[in-house]
Ligand binder design. Structure first.
Ligand code: 6PG
Length: 246
């Protein structure tokens, strides 16, 4: 099991409602304290229902900035684009939100330069910080225990200096774009949203890490054990019952 906060739900719908409630509370608190709520969004399919629910909530749209924690190396109108998924579920409903959405400037022919440009944007926004201090980083987990686009056996899981990189993923024979582990761990809050029985085994392995291991040792272990989701420090887990290890 995990030592971090864990919330278990019977269904993805109920998980998404709970996360939407927490998101609204967190955004209101950040805006009242710091004037802006900066969130790094997760892609894939799990968070789509959350984004659809947020589109129906009363949010202070003018003071929320939307970023992507990872992206695929495809045009923004491609059906695999995380930008397209978030836009259709949420941002297209609010022109002001689109104005505050900062997507990865994907040039499929030059993924390294695309990542460098996005990293420069982030360093401009989080000027002077060692790593980007998001108010919230939303994360998913694959059935191979990857998170963002930090896939097992890829260079990015060992990157501890850069904020955002192009990461070649052999199993896809393609580049992905991703925040690095330190650029996720620098977030004030890190929430995993995990649903589906196909995630159960990976979650069991991610939680199997030795709770007595120091965080530094755990970072090394994660890279060795190739369960990149272990790289994320002190997350809050939002998990459906069917994804819970037996
Ligand atoms: C992506 C995501 C990725 C995702 C996991 C889980 O771009 O695909 O950011 O890290 O969270 O792959 O994806 P599902 O939610 O579709 O299972």
């Amino acid at each position: 099991m995990t030592n971090s906060p864990l919330h278990v739900f019977p269904s993805l719908d109920e998980l998404s409602v709970a996360v939407a409630d927490a998101f609204c509370r967190s955004a209101a608190e950040a805006i009242s304290q710091r004037g802006t709520f900066r969130v790094a969004l997760s892609g894939g399919s799990t968070p789509k229902r959350l984004y659809e629910l947020l589109a129906k909530r009363e949010l202070d749209w003018d003071h929320i900035e939307w970023y992507w924690g990872d992206e695929r190396n495809v045009p923004h109108d491609h059906d695999e684009s995380n930008f397209r998924m978030v836009s259709e579920a949420l941002l297209d409903h609010f022109p002001s939100a689109q104005a505050n959405a900062f997507s990865v400037p994907v040039d499929t022919n030059d993924p390294v330069r695309s990542a460098d440009r996005y990293e420069a944007k982030l360093k401009d926004v989080f000027h002077g910080q060692a790593f980007p201090q998001w108010d919230l980083a939303l994360l998913g987990m694959g059935d191979d225990a990857h998170t963002a686009s930090l896939f097992p056996d890829t260079a990015a899981i060992s990157e501890n200096e850069r904020w955002f990189v192009a990461n070649y993923v052999p199993k896809f024979e393609a580049y992905r774009y991703t925040l690095t582990a330190p650029a996720i761990n620098s977030a004030r809050q890190r929430w995993f949203l995990i649903a589906g029985a196909n995630k159960r085994d990976a979650l069991a392995r991610v939680w199997q890490s030795d709770p007595n291991r120091t965080e530094a040792d755990q970072l090394v272990a994660a890279q060795v054990e190739r369960y990149p989701s272990q790289l994320i420090q002190s997350p809050t887990w939002f998990v459906t019952q069917d994804a819970m290890p037996g």
